[in-house]
Design a protein around this ligand. Structure first.
Ligand code: UT7
Length: 327
């Protein structure tokens, strides 16, 4: 039995905010954002929508493209840093109900921006257990809701979006999820966090400010970590699978900062042409960024069944992970 990505779908909010538009309300510029990150714009979801709503929109496209009915799903795995509710209920359960996935279990998976890669491996192993046939893995993020819009160091980096895949069993061996590396380094947990609102630092009446509950990032610490782990993931995955770069059609990385990938490519002596980037349009959409990139490749006609892709991710936790898949 083989597990593979049967179909993919995304949802991108209509409202597109360019760097120039941001610069009207904060002390920043298109020149700074582009030169430090490669980001040109981000999409921001309507305030009337929740994370579950954008997840459902992406899921509906993936289900339709795969010819899979919601009732045929055995499990829904939802990755997000912006759940609809703190702790519970899982956003995945809201998606399960609204999709009408009456035979599915549902849970949220928290692995920061690496969520999609973690989710793929979890889905694959559920399928390998032999009890399941179709799993919806949906990564949905509304980071603009938790960004601190008074902090130009972080607010300009993030955007909203959702990407979903149906991961299914297959009898042939053309497509598959071949190898995955999943790692964490919790000593860096301070570098990406929402400081207040959890059990460690609860909300305190009259003391807690909005900024305390917003996304905090030590950008330089995450930058150094990201260059190191991207380099490690790419070289380890190629080495242990006996692959050369010519065997890989695309490296599809988490889209956080173009400079991180340029630095990793330089260390590995790889051309940037192998890396698929779309962060100029969407900015950093956390765990949704890899499926958004896969979907763009798919819609451009760049993916044929059997094409080998190397995925890499890193993020809050700190977590990191990569995968070799055959499309
Ligand atoms: O998926 C989650 C993972 N997160 C990431 O991948 C982020 C990793 N980190 C980064 O991408 C980079 O560290 C940043 C993009 C966050 C920052 O880039 P940097 O080149 O490390 O900039 P910096 O923090 O060293 O700041 C340089 C200067 C500072 O000014 P001074 O103190 O030198 O006068 C900042 O205040 O740039 C200033 N600055 C800005 N200026 C205009 C910071 N943000 C902005 C801004 N517009 N938006």
């Amino acid at each position: 039995m083989n597990a593979y990505i049967k179909s993919i779908g995304t949802y991108i909010p209509e409202r597109r905010v360019t760097n120039d538009e941001l610069a009207k309300t904060m002390d920043t510029s298109d020149e700074w954002i582009r030169s430090h990150t490669g980001i040109g714009s981000r999409h921001i979801a309507d305030k009337s929508m929740n994370t579950a709503d954008i997840a459902i929109k992406a899921a509906e496209v993936a289900l339709e493209r795969g010819g899979v009915k919601a009732e045929e799903l055995d499990m829904i795995i939802l990755t997000t840093a912006t759940p609809d509710y703190v702790g519970f209920p899982a956003t995945a359960c809201i998606v399960q109900d609204k999709l009408g996935a009456s035979n599915a279990g549902a849970f949220d998976l928290t692995a920061g921006c690496t969520g999609f890669v973690y989710g793929l491996e979890v889905a694959k192993n559920f399928l390998k257990s032999g009890h399941m046939k179709n799993i919806l893995l949906v990564s949905a993020e509304m980071l603009t809701q938790i960004a601190n819009w008074e902090d130009r160091n972080t607010a300009v980096l993030f955007g909203d979006g959702a990407g979903a895949v149906v991961v299914s069993t297959s009898d042939d061996d053309i497509s598959g999820i071949d190898d995955t590396i999943l790692k964490a380094d919790g000593s860096g947990s301070y570098a990406l966090e929402r400081k207040v609102g959890g059990v460690a630092h609860p909300y305190e009446e009259g003391k807690t400010t909005w900024a305390d509950t917003a996304l905090y990032m030590d950008g330089q610490a995450v930058y150094k970590f990201a260059v190191k782990v991207n380099t490690q993931l790419i070289s380890s995955l190629m080495e242990r699978n006996n692959l050369t770069i010519d065997d890989i059609k695309w490296i599809v990385p988490h889209q956080a900062n173009e400079r991180i990938l340029q630095a990793a490519a330089k260390r590995l002596k790889l051309s940037m042409d192998k890396f698929f980037l779309n962060l100029e349009e969407y900015a950093n959409t956390s765990s949704a960024s890899i499926p958004l990139a896969l979907n763009d490749l798919y819609e451009k006609g760049e993916l044929k069944r059997g094409d080998k892709l190397l995925l890499t991710g890193f993020g809050a936790g700190l977590t990191y992970g990569g995968a070799i898949i055959r499309w």
